[in-house]
Design a protein around this ligand. Structure first.
Ligand code: GLN
Length: 546
């Protein structure tokens, strides 16, 4: 293991954008040709965020290897293109459950099991695990310095740095400089306190990333440097930007990557010419100068918390970047359509998207949205639950299966969508039962899908074979295939064994696609997902018709 480790902590307040900052720094190092890896250490007690409400914690990001992880891993993957893995996210819950399992097995040979060293050792083991030839491993510590839960993690990274040597580890602390209007000043005191708090657990930050709404005057930078014991050039202003994709370039201008390289005594590599930011410049210039606008209605349930649909939000923006248009999103509570005619809300939109979701509440409204899109030739994109609802809609309104439903909503005579308890993953048969624990028991992670070569989706992907990420318990029932295909809803993507419908599409419609997987998880600004690119292209076309 020859990697250098960068630890990112946060202070003063939460929601400073530490995840984005970590992703942006990784992108900068990558733009210099280094191999990077990003990890998130979350101090909460859930074993993983899979069971957490998206209202509380935002989206649950799923990796190829089937881990349900923190949404910051989505930022990491979007900014670097490096596929996130199970081994990139850990929580206090997982660490403790491993330590306790070891204790039960007797692995500690009669010793007293304690936070230090057993828990901190387990955290350090995680930090150094599953690495190959990475140049830099960036580990973000969730939460804010001073939280009780975070202490074992801070202690573990302190020990890790000590064991590795200071030239192999760097501590970046992300803080806030609030602007106090009455005084007309940016205040440095909260930052000073936060650094003191870090020092009290033995960590001297090497770089301070100072989030601020306004320019930080040189005098304030000097003051922070003096009081926080860092070099002045290591007080990096991190001002708000108009697009998140400008963060790497902004940090570069402020010298973040150079300071990190200086810390590691790698200044010989720090020349400005060695960093290629052209991909980020291209993205930001497209974001800032779109050639048009399309409006997409996203009909879901967690529409009042955008973090619940983080990747979706980004993937739609990527579709816009690819088509050089701005994508305006209209988030709508699907329940609205259960009492009101969708026309009042959906007229004039250029595309309708029903995203993933769980539970019966609002399902009727989503089905109405599908119907509206289908009948009025508005581009429709159904993702996971959105595909299931589209299938139920066609079954009920076109195939005459009036009682078509999903067993997710209770027993039904017509389980168009049902619980599948066995499926093939590689060479392994995965089994689930209704009574299983809720955590980690869905069809999770990457599964292959084979497409009909004549289909629209095969043309969109430019290939017949794809692999996409899943997170669901229920499946469209292949037993209804024929009756549904007669209505024009074609099953154009299937699992390789032909049992699980993965993609449906309508051929009698300008753009109507439902997918059982979550394509939004793999979209990147510099490599927009083909389905999002195509969906937005269809919306652009639609906008020219109205
Ligand atoms: N609730 C549905 C299922 O479990 C869909 C899940 C989703 O949209 N991610 O199958």
């Amino acid at each position: 293991m020859s990697a250098k480790f960068i630890f990112i902590t946060g202070g003063v307040v939460s929601s400073l954008g530490k995840g984005l900052a970590s992703a942006a720094l990784a992108a900068l190092l990558q733009a210099r040709g280094y191999k990077v890896r990003l990890r998130k250490l979350d101090p909460y007690l859930n074993v993983d965020p899979g069971t957490m409400s998206p209202y509380q914690h935002g989206e649950c990001y799923v990796t190829d290897d089937g881990a349900e992880t923190d949404l910051d891993l989505g930022h990491y993957e979007r900014f670097t293109g490096v596929p996130a893995r199970q081994s990139d996210n850990v929580t206090t819950g997982r660490i403790y459950s491993d330590v306790i399992a070891k204790e039960r097995r007797g692995d500690y040979l009669g010793g007293t099991v304690q936070v230090i060293p057993h828990v901190t050792d387990a955290i350090q083991e995680f930090i150094g695990s599953d690495l190959t030839d990475e140049d830099f491993v960036l580990c973000e510590i969730g939460g804010t310095v001073g939280d009780i839960e975070g202490l074992p993690f801070l202690e573990a990274i302190r020990q890790f740095g000590n064991n590795q040597g200071r030239d192999r580890s760097c501590y970046i602390h992300c803080t806030l400089l609030p602007y106090v209007r009455a005084a007309g000043e940016l205040k440095t005191k909260p930052t000073q306190h936060s650094v003191k708090e870090l020092l009290s657990v033995g960590i001297q930050p090497d770089v301070l990333l100072c989030r601020s709404e306004r320019d930080i005057p040189a005098g304030e930078r000097r003051k922070i440097a003096l009081f926080c014991n860092v070099r002045e050039s290591c007080v990096i202003p991190a001002l708000d930007v108009d697009t998140i994709y400008d963060v790497p370039s902004t940090y570069h201008r402020e010298g973040l990557d150079v300071e990190v390289l200086r810390h590691f005594r790698m200044l010989e590599d720090a020349a400005d010419e060695a960093v290629d930011l052209s991909r980020w410049r291209e993205i930001t210039s497209r974001v800032r100068a779109p050639e048009g606008t399309v409006t997409i209605a996203v009909v879901g349930k967690y529409t009042n918390l955008l973090d619940a649909y983080k990747s979706l939000n980004e993937a739609l923006a990527h579709g816009g970047i690819a088509n050089r248009v701005k994508v305006e999103l209209r988030w709508m509570e699907s329940e609205l359509f259960e009492t009101e005619d969708p026309i009042h809300h959906l007229e004039g939109v250029n595309g309708i998207l029903v995203p993933g979701g769980f539970g019966e509440r609002g399902a009727g409204g989503k089905i109405e949205a599908c119907r509206f899109a289908r009948e009025r030739d508005i581009p429709y994109f159904g993702i996971c639950f959105g595909m299931q609802m589209a299938v139920i809609e066609s079954a009920r309104n076109l195939a005459g299966i009036r009682e078509a439903s999903s067993t997710e909503f209770g027993e039904t005579k017509e389980p168009i969508v049902g619980l599948l308890t066995e499926w093939q993953r590689g060479n392994v048969m995965e089994k689930r039962s209704v009574a299983d624990d809720k955590g980690g028991t869905m069809r999770l992670g990457a599964y292959p899908c084979v497409m009909d070569p004549e289909s629209r989706v095969a043309a969109i992907y430019g290939s017949r074979n794809i692999s996409e990420r899943h997170r669901h318990r229920y499946e469209v029932n292949v037993g209804y295939r024929e009756r549904l295909e007669e209505t024009g809803l074609h099953f154009t993507g299937m699992s390789p064994d032909g049992i699980l419908p993965e993609i449906v599409e309508r051929k009698d419609h300008p753009w109507f696609v439902g997918v059982q997987f979550h394509p939004e998880l793999k979209s990147k600004p510099f490599d927009p997902h083909p389905l999002f690119e195509s969906f937005i292209a269809a919306a652009v076309k639609q906008s020219r018709l109205v």
